[in-house]
Ligand binder design. Structure first.
Ligand code: ZN
Length: 420
């Protein structure tokens, strides 16, 4: 059997197991399937996924805390939670096998990034209820490398440990890696460090930010994929070719749908990522709408990996802001800014209503220059399809965050206006 056929057969078997397991293990899932009028036993395979109803973050919230649990509570080994930044917190449960599968998948990510057991991996992400810290840590340990669990924040402390312990790999958000990169450049201490690799997770980041991090720290960077509902980070990563993110199709299936019509989209077309797990015991996902925007590559990667690829995340479907009826995504602003050397990597998008008309402003770090404002605003207008006022602020003045960076500020909401 070819690898492709074997993977297909494994997906069919994994899906059949997941549906049966969910229906047996949880009344929430039984009702969910019954409401949609689907007898899951009649599903012929992964090719018929579209017959199944979607699930959403709201469903998970409504089932809080453990309505989606499909194993006895005594079999739950660990709980993790999502940050709840856009609503009530959700929690996810893990069986012993789930934790094992997650660690194995994470170790695979490290291998794709060229991390070896001799490496010293400084884990600069949050520990606690969040999946990040413990997820990275488990992956490091499964690989057999040395974990240096410094947690997030505190640039001085991080650099000191990095230098003293000769860390070779760092794991962090892109915002924090950028803070480190700026500090290392300022202090001229790049040669005191032994870094070779940065594994960046948990938020979308631009090519411009990536280039700055790589140059200042002297690293090759990798973009790790994952979300709490799907184990956590470690569910995919780019290979050395850096053409998209390989996703572990032995653990889950990726569909791309049109978020408006809910129809499936072909490879190459951009839409919302929908996930279905194949082995997850405690809390399987079945056609779970992530709100993350990406696309599937139509062809296999030149690196020879059997795992399919998605494009680097384009943001979330709910990041979009409508300005005078035109949909504007931070990713579009990102891609324009990354082509301007004179513009800093951080930016903010502000939308307000002036004299009952929407006003879009893009705040950028740069040295004030009328030429820059002129060419930036022309390029933004072309890319966005709507005029944007360019506001220049001094380099380094926009807030850097150790976690997710807020980029879109819709002041129309504060002013009591309606979101277009
Ligand atoms: Zn590849």
């Amino acid at each position: 059997m070819s690898h492709g056929a074997a993977l297909q057969a494994a997906q069919d078997a994994g899906l059949a197991w997941t549906l049966e397991h969910a229906a047996r293990g949880s009344s929430w899932w039984r009702e969910h399937f019954a409401q949609a009028g689907v007898d899951v036993a009649t599903l012929a395979g992964a090719g018929e996924l579209a017959r199944l109803p979607f699930t959403t973050k709201q469903d998970l919230r409504d089932a809080y805390p453990l309505g989606w649990l499909c194993v006895p509570e005594a079999d739950v080994r660990r709980i993790h939670g999502s940050s709840g930044t856009t609503g009530k917190r959700t929690v996810c449960a893990y069986s012993a096998q789930d934790l094992d599968d997650w660690a194995e998948a994470f170790a695979r990510c490290f291998r794709y990034a060229g991390v070896v057991p001799d490496d010293r991996v400084q884990v600069m992400v949050g520990y606690g209820l969040w999946t990040a810290g413990i997820g990275f840590q488990s992956g490091v340990e499964r690989l057999g490398a040395m974990a240096v669990p410094t947690g997030p924040g505190n640039v001085d402390f991080q650099l000191e440990v990095m230098e003293d312990l000769a860390s070779t790999v760092i794991c962090s958000t892109s915002s924090f890696a950028l803070m480190l990169a700026e500090a290392v450049a300022e202090r001229g201490m790049r040669n005191a460090l032994h870094l070779k690799t940065a594994i960046i997770g948990s938020e979308r980041w631009s090519d411009g930010v990536r280039a700055r991090i790589e140059a200042a720290l002297g690293v090759e960077s990798f973009d790790i994929y994952g979300l709490t509902e799907l184990y956590g980070p470690g569910m995919g990563i780019d290979c050395h070719r850096h053409e998209g993110i390989h996703v572990w199709s032995d653990l889950y299936i990726v569909e791309i749908i049109d978020p408006d019509t809910l129809e499936g989209l072909p490879p190459g077309a951009e839409g919302e990522i929908v996930l279905t797990t194949l082995r997850k015991e405690a809390m399987p996902l079945i056609r779970y709408r992530t709100r993350d925007r990406s696309w599937l590559y139509p062809e296999p990667c030149g690196c020879g990996s059997p795992y399919p690829r998605i494009g680097r995340l384009l943001g979330r479907t709910d990041d979009m802001v409508k300005v005078r009826g035109v949909a504007v995504f931070p990713a579009q602003v990102d891609s324009v800014l990354s082509t301007f050397d004179a513009a800093g990597p951080e930016y903010q998008i502000h939308v307000s209503r002036v004299a009952s008309r929407d006003r879009l402003a893009v705040r950028v770090e740069a040295v004030e220059s009328p030429e820059l404002v002129q060419s930036l605003s022309e390029r933004l207008h072309h890319a966005l399809g709507v005029h944007a006022a360019v506001e220049i602020v001094p380099p380094g003045s926009l807030p850097r965050s150790t976690g997710k960076t807020l980029r879109v500020f819709d002041h129309r909401l504060e002013e009591g206006g309606e979101r277009g």
